[in-house]
Design a protein around this ligand. Structure first.
Ligand SMILES: Nc1nc2c(ncn2[C@@H]2O[C@H](COP(=O)(O)OP(=O)(O)OP(=O)(O)O)[C@@H](O)[C@H]2O)c(=O)[nH]1
Ligand SMILES: Nc1nc2c(ncn2[C@@H]2O[C@H](COP(=O)(O)OP(=O)(O)OP(=O)(O)O)[C@@H](O)[C@H]2O)c(=O)[nH]1
Length: 442
């Protein structure tokens, strides 16, 4: 599982700036899709081949005991609790503050790695910047500049050093399904419907665990794993605190799965949170099936309205199959599995180079990439660069001039030509070696 790193610190120390820097290295493969809004607090990144998830906790006022600040502090504590490591950010320009000391006191009690980042240190001498922060007792302070990018890489390499990179989930030979969605949409009910009550009750164990529950089962003699992010089952109000919806858990489950089932609640409007969760699945490149739940509770007029609402707000999920189900009545669950199987096959597909190259030529014949000034990009051949999602590496020249719209056109063309249902597909461009022997190479 990718390590999750939480950014913690007082307001204004530079958490968002650092977050943006840490998530920019995102494979830059997901073209920006219309309608896809990103959650600015949770992101993916990669340093030196090591991937991570990063959480910007927002400002942390450890002294607040009610109101919005208290709520923020509570969320920060949840993020700290769920993270695998913490970066505590302080401000070199302002120096050590009493709040920093309070936050440090909490962080020192953690049994997880904590790094102290002294931000805004550009143009200052690292040893002098660091000196006054030693007393926080969090080890060697790292002088960084989030806005200039100084020291950030070293800091991240140091944190990630302690984590090994797990094999990618694509090596798994059967569908591993993450059931995702915002609170109360019916995830647990769906897991119950899939497994049958008895099987699930075996997992009805109170107690805190930040991990989701992994359940293996067979259906029509095929093995599956379902990752239940709802995890610990509801038992009255007692466990409410530990049953809090967790974005981190959701992201980790998505990362760890090869198919995500996004559950929506048809009796409610599509909300921003639905779109964000869908966005996480998309950014992770996961195969996706959408289950619009509680369908039995709507009349025909309402159903039409829900379909329109979904088309308008979740248009960027047009590659996925939608199912209208009732988890409560167990209706539509069988069909859901047909799509899960199809999405899994599509995500794992192996596309031979000659067929891909032929498909590329057909796409270009139908619509050539637009000219950019004097040059027209030339697309020559294609081969597969990975699965889950399928990655198609296209070779050619002047590829840097290809606009996003054409990029998307190619992705759609490949999906269509190979009849891939339920998975996103990524096109990567690679400049061909210059046949005239440019010494600089490419
Ligand atoms: N000089 C300097 N300024 C920085 C650096 N990083 C961030 N800043 C500035 O510090 C201010 C606060 O940065 P943010 O990233 O918004 O800080 P934050 O911790 O996310 O703030 P909250 O959202 O209020 O918690 C902005 O004006 C940034 O431009 C840095 O490395 N050097
Ligand atoms: N009418 C109707 N209600 C449903 C259906 N599926 C679930 N519900 C109800 O919706 C509520 C929430 O269901 P859960 O399965 O607990 O939802 P969840 O997504 O697991 O919720 P969290 O654990 O809070 O994330 C419960 O009251 C369910 O009985 C359905 O198909 N139809």
């Amino acid at each position: 599982m990718k390590p999750t790193i939480a950014l913690v610190g007082r307001p204004n120390v530079g958490k968002s700036t650092l977050f943006n820097r840490l998530t920019k290295s995102r494979d830059a493969l997901v073209a920006d899709l219309p309608g896809l809004t990103r959650d600015r607090h949770y992101g993916h990144g990669r340093v030196g081949g090591k991937p991570y998830l990063v959480v910007d906790t927002g400002g942390f006022e450890p002294v607040a005991d009610d109101g919005i600040l208290y709520e923020m502090a509570r969320q920060t504590l949840q993020a700290i609790d769920e993270a695998d490591a913490v970066v505590f950010i302080v401000d070199a320009r302002i120096g050590l503050t009493p709040q920093d000391k309070l936050i440090a006191n909490r962080l020192r009690q953690l049994d997880r790695p904590v790094r102290l980042a002294v931000n805004k240190a550009e143009g200052m001498q690292a040893s002098i910047v660091a000196a006054e922060f030693y007393e926080l007792g969090l080890g060697e302070p790292w002088a960084i500049s989030a806005s200039h990018g100084e020291g950030v890489r070293g800091l991240m390499e140091d944190i990630l050093d302690g984590f090994t990179v797990d094999p990618e989930p694509e090596t798994l030979d059967h569908p591993k399904i993450a059931i995702i969605g915002r609170p109360n949409v019916g995830k647990s009910t769906l897991v119950n419907a899939i497994l049958g009550e008895e099987r699930v009750i075996a997992f009805d164990q109170p107690g805190t665990t930040r991990d989701s529950i992994y359940i293996e089962f067979e259906r029509n003699e095929r093995p599956y794993t379902v990752i239940d992010t709802a995890g610990v089952r509801r038992r009255g109000k007692v466990n409410e605190a530990i049953e809090k919806f967790s974005v981190v858990k959701t992201m980790q489950a998505i990362e760890d799965a090869n198919v995500a089932v996004l559950v929506l609640d048809a009796s409610q409007d599509v909300a921003e949170q639905d779109a964000h969760i869908a966005g996480f699945a998309l950014e992770a490149g996961r195969a996706l099936v959408v289950a619009v739940n509680k369908w039995e509770s709507l009349d025909n007029g309402q159903r039409e309205q829900v379909k329109r609402d979904i088309a308008r707000k979740l248009g960027f999920l047009d590659f996925a199959r939608f199912h209208y189900i009732s988890a409560l009545q167990g209706r539509g669950v069988g069909d859901l599995f047909a799509s899960i199987d199809a999405a899994y096959e599509a995500a794992m597909v192996k596309l031979p180079t000659p067929r891909l190259t032929r498909a590329l030529q057909l796409a270009v014949e139908k619509q050539a990439p637009p000219r950019a000034g004097m040059v027209r990009p030339k697309l020559k051949y294609a081969h597969q660069g990975g699965v889950n999602p399928p990655v198609v590496v296209v070779h050619g020249t002047a590829l840097e001039h290809i606009p996003d719209s054409y990029w998307r056109y190619l992705e759609h063309s490949f999906l269509k030509m190979f009849k891939l249902q339920g998975t996103p597909l990524k096109v990567q461009f690679k400049r061909s070696a210059n046949p005239f022997g440019d010494k600089k190479g490419t």
